[in-house]
Design a protein around this ligand. Structure first.
Ligand SMILES: *Cc1c(COP(=O)(O)O)cnc(C)c1O
Length: 445
């Protein structure tokens, strides 16, 4: 049976993780470095739509999409068919040795669907972190400047440069330094925790950023401002209204390249093809990965032709970047997004989830904030009115949901945010069932 034919219903037949998963977990401990963790160590055999099946015969509801990757659903038919067909013809040539059409086609598609109607170019790479690094290389090369501005709560990856760009020490940076130089961190417009209240947050945070860049770095020294239009690992923080447009305006006025890291927010996830579109922002460079290819490893930098083409020949690339199977998968994934209307579907998912989560927030004081756009929603857990982060409650709720077959992820600088990223192919019934399990968890604790 094809993965796409998996019955779209939850089934729990053992404890979770079950005996076979526990057995594999033992083997894993002897073979796999312990630095790599797993949120819910059930060993997967198949997945499709909104369901993940494990080796013990359980069928779990997927509220994670492998961290916003399988936006079109796991093992979507169009992704699988195109990638399989490609694998039967050739697996690799290296685009830098002998090119192939699908790489060009993916770049054409990215240039078409990303914000702005200016002339664009793209480059394909393997991972989100690698693409962020390349955006910084391009911005530095094009401007002849070095400084890079990033924000509190930012996450940009785990390579040396992107660890430096990432805000949170534990677990991402601890013991892994020294980090790259010329990285400057600025305040983020985090409305829920802004000292003078959410209404002042956007303008006040933007003014602080402008002042700090001007006084501490000098605007003329800044190559790029790199920001997630909705922060992912940091806790699904949507910059307060007005913040992003003000930062973009400052960049434009000072010749600074504005880089949107849309690795987590891209490809219909937030109810637009890209999250920048919520505030009408047109980035100079846009970094994409996760949702780009239905689960195959691929990433990209897309941007203004004059910036992208400023780099000398041979200055960008990599052995595997734009692998032909990953390119074929990306074209299949994009076909699925466009022909299934998944941008609109993400909005419906968001309305359904936010509605139910707000009802829960009215009943349970520990839900301090409910936020999100489209199928990227989160709840921030606190101890009460004082907004003190409550990671203990989060651990209990995750344990309850995992045991009942709901894959749920955490996030946040303070480890107190539950984030939900269901595949856009999930049905309403599974969404409701997942939310019922979550509501039950709140009732219990
Ligand atoms: C996941 C993520 C990255 C890093 O992507 P990898 O593919 O894990 O290297 C970078 N930026 C954001 C916003 C992300 O969510």
């Amino acid at each position: 049976m094809a993965a796409t034919e998996i019955a779209q219903s939850r089934r729990v037949v053992t404890e979770i993780p079950g005996p076979k998963s526990l057995e594999l977990q033992k083997r894993r401990r002897a073979a796999v470095a312990q630095g790599v963790g797993s949120t819910l160590p059930v060993y997967v055999t198949r997945a499709g739509g909104g369901i993940v099946e494990d080796i013990d015969g359980n069928a779990l509801i997927d509220f994670g999409s492998g961290i916003a990757v399988t936006n079109v659903g796991n093992a979507d038919r169009r992704v699988v068919e195109r990638a399989t067909e490609q694998l039967g013809r050739f697996t690799h040539t290296c685009f830098m040795i002998n090119p192939y059409e699908s790489y060009v086609e993916v770049c054409e598609a990215l240039n078409r669907i990303t914000p702005g109607d200016h002339e664009k170019r793209s480059i394909l790479l393997n991972s989100g972190a690698e693409a962020v690094e390349n955006a910084v290389k391009i911005a530095r090369s094009a401007t002849g400047r070095q400084a890079v501005v990033v924000f509190d709560h930012a996450y940009h990856g785990r390579t040396n440069l992107t660890m430096g760009l990432t805000a949170k020490n534990m677990p991402y940076k601890q013991g892994f330094g020294p980090f790259a130089g010329e990285i400057y961190r600025m305040p983020m417009a985090y409305a829920y925790r802004w000292p003078t209240g959410p209404d002042n947050c956007g303008p006040e945070a933007a003014a602080m950023v402008v002042e700090q860049i001007t006084k501490q770095i000098g605007a003329d020294n800044v190559a790029a401002v790199v920001i997630e239009p909705i922060q992912g690992e940091g806790g699904f923080i949507e910059p307060a209204p007005g913040f992003l447009p003000a930062v973009v305006e400052f960049c434009r006025a000072n010749g600074i390249v504005f880089v949107a890291d849309e690795v987590q927010t891209g490809f219909a996830r937030t109810g637009h093809m890209f999250a920048c579109e919520h505030e009408g922002i047109v980035p100079d460079l846009i970094v994409t990965a996760k949702g780009i290819a239905g689960g195959l490893p691929l990433s990209a930098v897309t941007g203004r032709a004059e910036l992208m083409d400023a780099v000398h020949g041979g200055g960008l690339g990599g052995t595997y970047g734009g692998n032909p199977a990953a390119c074929a998968a990306a074209l299949g994934s994009l076909e699925a997004i466009e022909s299934d209307g998944l941008v609109q579907r993400a909005r419906e998912i968001g309305d359904l989830m936010l509605g139910r989560l707000r009802e829960m927030a009215d009943r349970y004081e520990i839900i301090g904030d409910v936020r999100g756009r489209g199928a990227m929603v989160a709840i921030e857990l606190v101890t009460g009115q004082d907004k003190e982060p409550n990671p203990e409650a989060l651990a209990k709720i995750l344990a309850h949901c995992h045991a009942r077959g709901l894959i749920l992820l955490s996030a946040g600088t303070y480890g107190n945010v539950i984030r939900m990223l269901p595949p856009l192919a999930i049905g309403d019934e599974l969404l409701h069932e997942g939310l019922d399990i979550l509501a039950e968890a709140f009732e219990q604790i």
